[in-house]
Design a protein around this ligand. Structure first.
Ligand code: IMP
Length: 427
C-alpha cells in the first residue's frame, strides 16, 4: 500500500480538517506529519464544531488509528486540553491515538522566545501564531531540542532544566522576562499525561501498516505557500508543509507516496503578514470575510481575503505532485454577480504565470479574468447536479487551467455538505 497525502495548496485554512474527516472512513490510519498547535483543523458534525490543533482529524472515527508523526512539534499544555476535551466527549484515545517518540516538544520558553522574537521585529513581524513553533523547530535543527521519547528517561528533568537555562539567556538578550511559572505548571501536567499515552516508533509502525496492506492518509497542516523552503520567505512557517514533508515527517520513502489530494478555497485567504497579490483590501474582501467566517481557528485573527490566484496554485500543484483537487467554500461567493480569477502576474514589466523569487520586496500585480458569479439554491445543495451552471463552468475553467481534476466540492462546514464530482468519492 501507499500513503495518500492531503494538504492545503494556499496559505492554510483551506478546510483540511473537514475533508480529512470526510475521507477518514476510506483509510485505516490518519497521520499528521508536520506543524503543531499553530494549526486549527475545524470539523463539524451533528451540529457541533470541533477544533483540533495537534491531533489528527480522523480521531472522531472509532477504530481508525491516528498517529502524530515525528515531524510534528507538540505543546503538552495544548495537547492536554485537546485530550481532555475529547475524553469528555467519550472519544477513546487510549486505543486509537499514537505519538512518535521522535516528535519534538514545545517548551514554555519556546513560546516566550516566539513572543520576544516577534516583538523585536516590529513592523517586519511574521504574524506568527506565537505557539512557539519557530523556536521549537530551531532547537530541533540546532540539535538542542527535547523529544517526546526523552520524557521516558530518568534524566528528563535535568535535560529540561538545561534547555530552559539556555532559553533564559536568550530571553535576557531580548530583555523579555515574563514569569516562567505562568506556563510551567501546565507543561508538567501535560508531560505527565503524555507519559501515559501510546508512545511509538512511528516510522516502523507506519511502514508495518503499509506492508500489511493497510491504507494511510497523511494530513498536512498550514498550507503549501507557508512552506519553509517554497513559501514567501521569511513570511512562512518553520516546517515543510508540502508532500516531501510527509516522507521526513513520517519516515516513509518517496516511492511509497500514492494519491496527493490538494485542497484549495474558491478564493484565497491569508492570516499573518506577508505578500498576498490578490488581496482585496476593500468592501468585497470584507464581504468574503464575513460570509466565509474568515477568522483564525487558533488565534481568532481576521483573515485577509482575496480572489483565487492561479499562478500560486499552479506552483503548489507542481511542488506537491497533486493528483486530485478538492475545492472548498464556493458557497461563500454565492450572490456575487461576477468572480475574478488571477491568471497571471505583471512582474518587472512582463506578464508571467509562475511564482517569481521575490514577491516580498517586488510587486506581483494580478492580471484577472472575470467569470459569471453564481447564487446557490436557498434550500441548499445536496447533489453535484444542484450546482448552478456558472459554478460548474468556474470549476471546468479551473480544471482546464490547472490540468488536474476537481473530485470533491465542499459547500459548507458540515460533513454532509460535501459533493462528489467523481463518482469514486460518492458516499
Ligand atoms: P507560526 O507557524 O505560528 O510561526 O506562523 C508563521 C506564519 O504562518 C504566520 O503568518 C501564521 O499566521 C501562519 N500560520 C501558521 N499556522 C497556520 C495555519 O494553520 N493556518 C494559517 N496560517 C498559519
Amino acid at each position: 500500500m501507499k500513503v495518500d497525502v492531503l494538504l492545503g495548496l494556499q496559505w492554510g485554512d483551506e478546510g483540511k480538517g473537514k475533508v480529512v474527516d470526510v475521507l477518514a472512513p476510506r483509510y485505516d490510519v490518519i497521520a499528521r506529519f508536520q506543524g503543531g498547535p499553530n494549526a486549527g483543523h475545524t470539523l463539524e458534525f451533528e451540529g457541533i464544531k470541533h477544533v483540533l490543533h495537534t491531533i489528527p482529524s480522523g480521531i472522531f472515527h472509532p477504530g481508525k488509528v491516528n498517529i502524530i508523526g515525528n515531524g510534528v512539534v507538540i505543546d503538552p499544555v495544548i495537547f492536554k486540553k485537546e485530550i481532555d476535551a475529547l475524553t469528555a466527549m467519550g472519544v477513546d484515545i487510549s486505543r486509537n491515538l499514537f505519538i512518535s517518540r521522535k516528535a519534538h516538544l514545545i517548551l514554555p520558553t519556546h513560546r516566550m522566545l516566539d513572543a520576544a522574537s516577534e516583538a523585536i521585529k516590529g513592523k517586519a513581524k511574521i504574524g506568527s501564531t506565537l505557539k512557539g513553533i519557530g523556536p521549537a523547530y530551531m532547537d530541533k535543527t540546532g540539535r538542542n531540542g527535547l523529544r517526546v521519547g526523552d520524557i521516558e528517561h530518568a534524566e528528563f528533568g535535568a535535560r529540561y532544566d538545561a534547555l530552559v537555562a539556555k532559553h533564559k539567556e536568550l530571553l535576557s538578550f531580548y530583555q523579555f522576562d515574563r514569569p516562567l511559572s505562568d506556563y510551567e505548571t501546565g507543561f508538567m501536567e501535560g508531560i505527565q499525561l503524555l507519559r501515559k499515552m501510546n508512545l511509538i516508533d512511528s516510522e516502523y509502525k507506519i511502514n508495518d501498516y503499509l506492508n500489511e496492506g493497510r491504507s494511510v492518509l497523511a494530513e498536512g497542516a498550514q498550507g503549501s505557500l507557508l512552506d519553509i523552503d517554497f513559501g514567501s520567505y521569511p513570511f512562512v512557517t518553520s516546517s515543510n508543509t508540502i508532500t516531501a514533508g510527509t516522507c521526513t515527517g513520517l519516515g516513509v520513502a518517496p516511492s511509497k507516496i500514492g494519491e496527493v489530494y490538494g485542497i484549495f478555497k474558491a478564493y484565497c485567504t491569508r492570516v499573518g503578514s506577508g505578500p498576498f497579490p490578490t488581496e482585496l483590501e476593500n468592501e468585497t474582501g470584507e464581504l468574503i470575510r464575513q460570509a466565509g467566517k474568515e477568522f483564525g481557528a487558533t488565534t481568532g485573527r481576521p483573515r485577509r481575503c482575496g480572489w483565487l490566484d492561479l499562478p500560486a496554485l499552479k506552483y503548489t500543484i507542481m511542488l506537491n505532485g497533486v493528483t486530485k483537487l478538492i475545492m472548498t467554500k464556493p458557497d461563500v461567493l454565492s450572490g456575487f454577480s461576477s468572480i475574478k480569477v488571477c491568471t497571471h502576474y505583471k512582474f518587472q514589466g512582463k506578464q508571467i504565470d509562475y511564482m517569481p523569487y521575490d514577491i516580498v520586496t517586488e510587486i506581483a500585480e494580478p492580471v484577472y479574468t472575470e467569470l459569471p458569479g453564481w447564487t446557490l439554491p436557498e434550500d441548499g445543495v445536496h447533489e453535484i447536479s444542484d450546482l448552478p451552471a456558472s459554478l460548474s463552468s468556474y470549476i471546468d475553467f479551473l480544471e482546464a487551467q490547472l490540468g488536474v481534476p476537481v473530485v470533491i466540492v465542499s459547500v459548507g462546514p458540515d460533513r454532509s455538505e460535501t459533493l462528489a464530482r467523481d463518482p469514486e468519492f460518492a458516499s
